[in-house]
Design a protein around this ligand. Structure first.
Ligand code: PGA
Length: 252
């Protein structure tokens, strides 16, 4: 298996400019030398600053969202073309906060995914069930529907630019992490789904787990053979924690 472990930080709507600079100053003082793939998705407005600070540290820079259109009358949206123009490496699509707060549905997320891939962005496509859906025994059904609708009609050549992120909604920002067994069984389900129902190279596709990942639980989660890394919110905001996450992910 050639999959390298991945740690992507999702800063959401956090960090002011001074905090962004402090983060990278501190990170560089740790002289990072990781084997894992590391990346940070800051607020859009900080992307140029983060690009200039992150490059020498081998940290990829991502966006948290991208428009379903290239340009035009879409006030407040950010074009995937502008993202690639700036040198952004990846974008999240379909984070549960976009789905629930901003009402982004499967159809829109599918459009966004296709367009971002067309422009060469790596897409981190996020899926996950709510607590209610889990309790009613619908986890796998929800995951399958999100995958089937969100990843519909993709060009075969672009499939290797997609990373999947399984983020159970009940674990995001709650401090309640899925156990490695709970997360692992969904990851295995996703890998089997890719193998049986899609053109993805299921063995090569990177599947991240997200939801209250911290330096002290990441190693156990990443020990599962189908968990290839983590998408981390809260614990990616401090340089020490982010470095520790990457150090743990580099042990594999
Ligand atoms: P969290 O967020 O690590 O703070 O739970 C994860 C995410 O929303 O991607």
């Amino acid at each position: 298996m050639t999959r390298k472990k991945v740690i992507y930080g999702n800063w959401k709507m956090n960090q002011n400019l001074a905090e962004v600079r402090t983060f990278f100053n501190e990170l560089s003082s740790f002289k990072p030398d990781w084997k894992c793939v590391a990346g940070i998705a800051p607020q859009f407005i900080h992307i140029p600053e983060v690009l200039s600070l992150a490059g020498s540290l081998n940290v990829k820079v991502g966006a948290q969202n991208a428009s379903h259109k290239n340009n035009g009358a879409f006030t407040g949206d950010i074009s995937p073309l502008s993202l690639t123009d700036m040198g952004v490496h990846f974008t999240l699509i379909g984070h549960s906060e976009r789905r629930s707060i901003f009402k982004e549905d499967d159809e829109l997320l599918n459009e966004k995914t296709k367009l971002a891939l067309t422009h060469g962005l790596e897409v981190v496509f996020c899926i996950g069930e709510t607590l209610e859906q889990r309790k009613s025994g619908n986890t796998f059904k929800v995951i399958e529907t999100q995958l089937a609708n969100g990843l519909k009609d993709l060009e075969k050549s672009s499939l290797k630019k997609i990373i999947l992120a399984y983020e159970p909604v009940w674990a995001i920002g709650t401090g309640v992490t899925a156990t490695p067994k709970q997360a692992g069984e969904v990851h295995t389900f996703i890998r089997n789904y890719l193998k049986e129902k899609t053109n993805f190279d299921s063995e090569e596709t990177v599947i991240l787990y997200g939801g209250s990942v911290k330096p002290d639980n990441v190693f156990e989660l990443l020990s599962h053979e189908d968990i290839d890394g983590a998408l981390v919110g809260g614990a990616s905001l401090k340089a020490r924690d982010f470095a520790d996450l990457c150090n743990e992910a580099s042990k594999f």
